[in-house]
Write a new protein. Structure first.
Length: 312
């Protein structure tokens, strides 16, 4: 395919549906700078990480399907593509932005479209031509993501379009005339991906019951923070996986591990004292340390967490 030669800065955009306007650099685009400043005044990388994780978990639907990796053969390519559609709403939620037509939102009263891809390019709908677009790239193979802000001038889009009028952003425009909202940022890996194929088969098997399989998981993933959705994935389709996780505590302890849950401030402190951060709904199994009886009572070994009903 012949390389596309794009109009340069200062030339007039070829968009026939919009008033004549020149192609300007990001530095000379006041609306772009306003939106960029808004995002850079916030922990954008951290919030996008949360939004992407939530979008991926939603598509995988591990609590029903037992899936934990978008690259699994059981995940259809169309499902991977749908991460972008879900991400739009997650981005609005985590940043507290409104849903406003004709694009996706308003930032500092500037219309902005939200796009995402798990490949290397974005398809820009006709209503977003010559508008500001937040373009998120998720590299699943490298477990990282980044978001660029670019004015998607029609002149900077690829010539071909699909039946909906969507056109890809030319690589030259992406590389030369976009601005990073944040640079490449690690995307946390679902802990189940650290299991060997044999270990995963054990943990996700139909039998034995949930408690025994959860005990195996905590042993195999010692030192890994286990989010709530992982517990639900292991117990996919079964009754009350979170209760079964609590029931696994004694067996995990017999294996020489303290099982801490972030729902308890006491246990969050115990994890922090050993260099780990866990939040509400998160679990971690740590090799038990030698402790005095007084230390023991303040760590991970109570019969039940504060405000937590004992399992019958």
């Amino acid at each position: 395919m012949a390389k596309i030669v794009l109009p340069d800065l200062g030339e007039i955009c070829t968009n026939p549906k919009k008033a004549l306007h020149p192609l300007v650099s990001p530095e000379e685009d006041p609306e772009l700078q306003s939106v960029l400043g808004w995002f850079r005044s916030r922990p954008a990388a951290e919030l996008y990480t949360e939004a992407i994780r939530n979008a991926i978990d939603y598509v995988l639907d591990g609590g029903r399907t037992g899936r934990f990796d978008l690259m699994l053969p059981t995940v259809h390519s169309g499902e991977r593509a749908s991460v972008g559609a879900k991400l739009e709403y997650e981005v609005l939620r985590v940043f507290g932005l409104p849903k406003v037509k004709p694009l996706d939102t308003l930032v500092n009263n500037v219309p902005v479209d939200i796009k995402a891809t798990t490949t290397s390019n974005w398809t820009i709908p006709s209503e977003a031509h010559c508008q500001l677009c937040l373009c998120t790239q998720i590299q699943l193979s490298k477990n990282r993501h980044r978001t660029l802000l670019v004015r998607t001038h029609t002149s900077w889009l690829q010539h071909g379009e699909n039946k909906d009028g969507k056109r890809g952003l030319a690589a030259q425009a992406r590389d030369q005339w976009s601005v990073p909202v944040y640079d490449w940022t690690p995307l946390p890996v679902n802990p189940l991906r650290h299991l060997t194929e044999e270990q995963a088969a054990e943990v996700l098997a139909e039998r034995p019951g949930q408690v025994k399989r959860l005990v195996k998981m905590f042993q195999y993933l010692e030192g890994h923070v286990i989010p709530r959705n992982v517990i639900l994935t292991v117990g996919a389709g079964k009754h009350d996986p979170m209760r079964r996780a609590r029931q696994a505590r004694d067996s995990v302890r017999k294996a020489g591990l303290d099982l801490l849950c972030g729902d308890s401030a006491e246990w969050r402190d115990a994890a922090a004292a050993r260099g780990y951060t866990i939040g509400p709904g998160e679990w971690i199994a740590l090799r038990r340390e030698e402790q005095t009886q007084d230390q023991h009572s303040a760590s991970a070994t109570p019969e039940a967490a504060p405000n937590e009903a004992k399992d019958g």
